[in-house]
Design a protein around this ligand. Structure first.
Ligand code: KIV
Length: 289
């Protein structure tokens, strides 16, 4: 994808991606408002290496999603991952970045019981990782949890539409909010805003509904499979770069074929090892200095 390089920025650091990012200071919650001129990009990150690349590329917000369960730990859904498993990943992403605002997902079962449980998990994650905000799934039913976490000083991102932690109740990873079901998604989105969240992830809903909710809400809507009218777009980075050989969801447009690139790199190296082509003299140490 060609990257526009504005005057005065070094190649590969497209600061125009997000104007508030251009002063090199760490972005804060107040930088993310509805009034941005252009939709802004958000990516997931789970380790220091990718987090640094995305930060250097000017991505203003990184999400350490519980999608880590699937794309990092090889599980078939996000239900089993725990705060203890996510904490080292969140810590690595915060440590590797200097400008991105880092949002940490609250894992399934770590906040649903009641507001006290939700706050305890949020405090644990923020204190042990330095994450700047937490994200949790659910609308009306999570109203009290969101309100309590926000009141205690931790910014919250809501998440409605397809909420992967409810995959068993939803009967699979399916489009939400079609037809009459749209009204429930709207009520959930409004409840998240009313509870005090500063942004909302809206996942896998019809584009028309994505537009309607974006127009209704005063907080920014971060879409994923929610059409092209939301205030921001988020993707799991492995989807963006074709890092898996599974068929991507309809909303995913891979910008690289990382799976094939890495596979062919590995095959070349393995072949060179077998043929004793690698390591050659240049890549070996000699007895002489
Ligand atoms: O866990 C995750 O990565 C997410 C995004 C897909 C929004 O919640």
């Amino acid at each position: 994808m060609p990257i526009r390089v504005p005057n005065g920025t070094r190649e590969g650091a497209p600061m125009s991606l997000y104007p508030a990012a251009s002063n090199h200071a760490r972005l804060t919650v107040s930088d993310f408002s509805k009034s941005q001129q252009h939709p802004w990009p958000v990516l997931t990150a789970y380790d220091s290496w990718t987090a640094k690349i995305f930060d250097d590329a000017g991505i203003p917000m990184l999400l350490v999603g519980d999608s880590a369960a699937m794309v990092m730990l090889g599980q078939s859904n996000t239900l089993a991952i725990t705060p203890e498993e996510m904490i080292p990943m969140i810590r690595a992403v915060v440590r590797a970045t200097s400008r991105a605002f880092v949002v940490a997902d609250l894992p399934f079962g770590s906040y649903q019981e009641n507001p006290d449980q939700a706050l305890a998990t949020s405090l644990q994650i923020v204190k042990q990782t330095g994450a700047h905000a937490v994200k949790l799934e659910g609308g009306i039913r999570m109203h009290e949890q969101i309100r309590y976490i926000v009141e205690c000083g931790i910014p919250v991102v809501g998440h409605v539409g397809l909420t992967p932690q409810s995959v068993n109740a939803l009967g699979g990873f399916k489009v939400q909010g079609r037809g009459d079901a749209a009204e429930q998604v709207i009520r959930d989105a409004l409840a998240v805003q009313e509870a005090g969240a500063f942004a909302l992830v809206l996942e896998v809903v019809p584009a028309e509904l994505g537009k309607r909710i974006t127009e209704l809400l005063t907080i920014p809507v971060i879409g994923i499979g929610a059409g092209n009218h939301t205030d921001a777009q988020v993707l799991v980075w492995q989807d963006l770069f074709g890092a898996s050989n599974e068929t991507p969801a309809k909303f995913v447009k891979p910008y690289l074929d990382l799976y094939e690139l890495m596979k062919s790199g590995v095959e070349s190296w393995a072949n060179d090892v077998q043929q004793r082509i690698y390591p050659d003299e240049f890549h070996s140490y000699s007895d002489k200095k």
